[in-house]
Design a protein around this ligand. Structure first.
Ligand code: ADP
Ligand code: MG
Length: 644
């Protein structure tokens, strides 16, 4: 994410940040004319684990975030995590939680739930405030000035008391909470879904670390009437209406499970490892806290690796020469977690039923939460709703990004960020040699689609990198990279034979879906991109101007790249033919071919050859080698016994 200093215009006003105060992880984001982005910590990390460790003796905060999380197994009674589960709840409401929380939960004033460490008792908002304060510090370091105002998100099902507790947490952390926004609404806002569809019905599928919820929202964009600095009073906390400027959501239905999340997968893997370790080294083997901690870290890392890769190596040294080692495949993990995934799918069916809607009534499905990166989860959600869910924005950042969008609307700085109805800059992919093939040209109206065929340049190439670019210039280095993905598993074929069809689809929200399919093998891959976030209209204008200024030079450069690519392919073909029938042709013709090849090679290797002369030499070489090609073909046919 960008670390750049904010532009001067926004720098004058006090920044309003958006905060996702999560059960497992929290984040802070900020939004200006260029769109929302996460504010990372000094080490570049965007997620702050929602974990606080207190000193048992003094009650002081000893660690917040990653460090507290990593060491949690060693300090089970001093480490407070998942405090969001206790926010605004009575002590008797949380009985069911106690089995999951190794720290002490006691009864406080008015029968509220409190956390006790040693002699000290903390209210849940106080613990949350420690996390918020950490995020506030992070933002202040980023801006180099105080941050006092924030928008904070909560689950759609939070009641008044839980929302109020969240406000209190903000206040304790020195933040004025301008608005409490529903998490699913924030996710939809991040995708600008409210602005494109007057009455969009959207499903938000949020699978985090310890909780799962799926909501169906009806979204409507309400133009803001608030002026900068004159922020509307917070609306009533109940229900789902986040009201006022920005987005109005109506939560049609929510369903979920407050004890279903990625932590369960970690637990399943830990149990698997422990079972195998005991089988291998004896059932009596104990697991001291340090080992448990290592197992937990290993389990999560393995899970995350299997979201990306088909298999992963697992290795843990248990001391005393005992080494536990195995390989685990994605298939094994999927078989293990399938029932767990089905529980989320059952909730999806339930939420549709209670909203009295069918999958076809849902215009968009948005994926939120780190655990939606698990391929099986995505696959099943796509199957149930019958459409590919939105995944363009980072799954664990999307709620915070949406909170930042809401904040910027309140600050009055973001009214210009409406998505344009046309594609502002051309979109294309990188081709051989650093050229850009444009699929969709600037100013096409959205939605739009374009399709083009490509092939490989190397014999036996089994994977193709698709690099998606935005800009008017002809060369990759002068365009903006939007993302890349790899089409893997293409069966080895001679260069030029694979048929790779690349499709660009920009939907009504300006979200770009790029997919590639190799037609012979049916292998496919793709990505989603939000191309408009991050470029202001001024920047678009500037890029256009640059392109006009460079048009001639760009065209020449592009032409040279094409000529070089073509020349290399042709020379390779000629060399193959010479190897085959070189002896069968007369010496004079052979010399003539060699001379024309040498001439073209000279152009290929020259730093800045004259394009016209290059093209002429290439044409001459091609014409001059027709006889050679014919001879080679005849030989091939003879060899295969197809002709006398
Ligand atoms: P919350 O909203 O509950 O605070 P998050 O949305 O941050 O939680 O999700 C955290 C969970 O996502 C953790 O269980 C983490 O292990 C899981 N997670 C993060 N990245 C991946 C990934 N690439 N594959 C699978 N799980 C992931
Ligand atoms: Mg979350």
């Amino acid at each position: 994410m960008s670390q750049a200093t904010p532009p001067a215009s926004a720098a004058q006003a006090d920044p309003i940040v958006g905060i996702d105060l999560g059960t497992t992880n929290s984040l802070v984001a900020w939004c200006d004319e260029r769109g929302p982005r996460i504010i990372p910590d000094a080490l570049g990390r965007s997620l702050l684990p929602s974990v606080v460790r207190f000193n048992r003796g003094t009650g002081d905060v000893e660690a917040v975030g990653q460090e507290a999380r990593t060491e949690a197994v060693r300090f089970p009674r001093e480490t407070v995590f998942s405090v969001k589960r206790l926010m605004g709840r009575g002590r008797d409401d949380v009985d069911a939680e106690l089995a999951y929380l190794p720290y002490e939960v006691v009864r406080g004033e008015n029968d509220t739930a409190r956390v006790r460490v040693g002699e000290r008792v903390f209210s849940p908002p106080e613990v949350s405030a420690i996390i918020l304060a950490k995020l506030r510090e992070r933002a202040e370091a980023h801006f180099g000035r105080p941050v006092r105002r924030a928008v904070i998100t909560v689950p759609a099902y939070f009641d008044d008391a839980q929302r109020q507790a969240t406000r209190d947490a903000g206040r304790i952390a020195g933040l004025e909470v301008l608005r409490i926004v529903n998490e699913p609404t924030a996710a939809a806002l991040a995708y600008n879904l409210d602005q494109r569809h007057a009455d969009a019905t959207v499903a938000v599928f949020d699978l985090g670390g310890g909780t799962f919820d799926v909501s169906i929202l009806r979204l409507q964009h309400a133009p803001t009437e608030t002026k900068p600095g004159e922020v509307a009073p917070a609306t009533g906390a109940s229900g789902g209406n986040s009201g006022g400027g920005g987005s109005i959501d109506q939560v049609l239905a929510t369903a979920g499970d407050t004890h279903l999340g990625g932590d369960d997968v970690d637990q399943m893997l830990i149990a698997l490892f422990q079972g195998e370790i005991q089988k291998q080294f004896g059932a009596g083997l104990a697991f001291p806290p340090a080992t448990l901690q290592a197992l937990r870290t290993l389990a999560e890392a393995t899970k995350i690796r299997l979201s990306e890769n088909e298999s992963g190596a697992v290795e843990i040294d248990l001391g005393g020469g005992r080494l536990y080692k195995r390989t685990i495949t994605r298939g094994e993990l999927e078989a293990m977690i399938a029932p767990w995934v089905e529980r989320t799918i059952d909730c999806c069916r339930r939420v549709l039923r209670s909203a009295k809607l069918g999958p076809g009534d849902i215009q968009r499905v948005v994926m939120v939460g780190g655990s939606t990166r698990i391929p099986l989860v995505r696959r099943r959600v796509a199957e149930v709703f019958g459409s590919e869910p939105y995944t363009a924005l980072n799954h664990d950042e999307v709620v915070a990004l949406g909170a930042a969008v809401q904040a910027s609307i309140l600050a009055g700085i973001n009214r210009d960020m409406l998505l344009l109805d046309v594609i502002p800059l051309s979109l294309g992919i990188e081709t051989m040699g650093g050229a850009v093939a444009k699929l969709i040209v600037a100013n096409s109206t959205i939605p739009c689609r374009a399709r083009e065929n490509f092939s490989t340049y190397v014999d036996g190439q089994t994977s193709v990198m698709i690099h998606v670019l935005q800009g008017e210039r002809e060369l990759v280095k002068d365009c903006r990279s939007l993302g890349r993905f790899e089409l893997k598993g293409v069966p080895p074929m001679p260069a030029g034979l694979p048929k790779i069809e690349v499709t660009f689809l920009v939907d009504a929200n300006g979200i770009l879906n790029v997919s590639a399919i190799e037609k012979r093998s049916e292998k496919s891959a793709g990505i989603q991109i939000v191309p408009n976030h991050g470029l202001s209209r001024d920047e678009v204008r500037q890029i256009e101007a640059q392109s006009l200024a460079h048009a001639r030079e760009d065209m020449t450069a592009h032409r040279l790249i094409d000529l070089r690519n073509q020349a290399r392919l042709d020379i390779r073909a000629i060399e193959r033919q010479l190897a085959k029938v070189g002896d069968a042709i007369d010496a004079e013709y052979r010399d003539q071919v060699a001379a024309s090849v040498a001439k073209v090679k000279g152009f290929v290797d020259a730093a800045a050859p004259d394009a016209d002369a290059f093209a002429k030499a290439l044409t001459e070489m091609d014409h001059g080698t027709v006889r050679l090609a014919e001879t080679a073909i005849r030989k091939t046919l003879q060899d295969e016994g197809l002709t006398g």
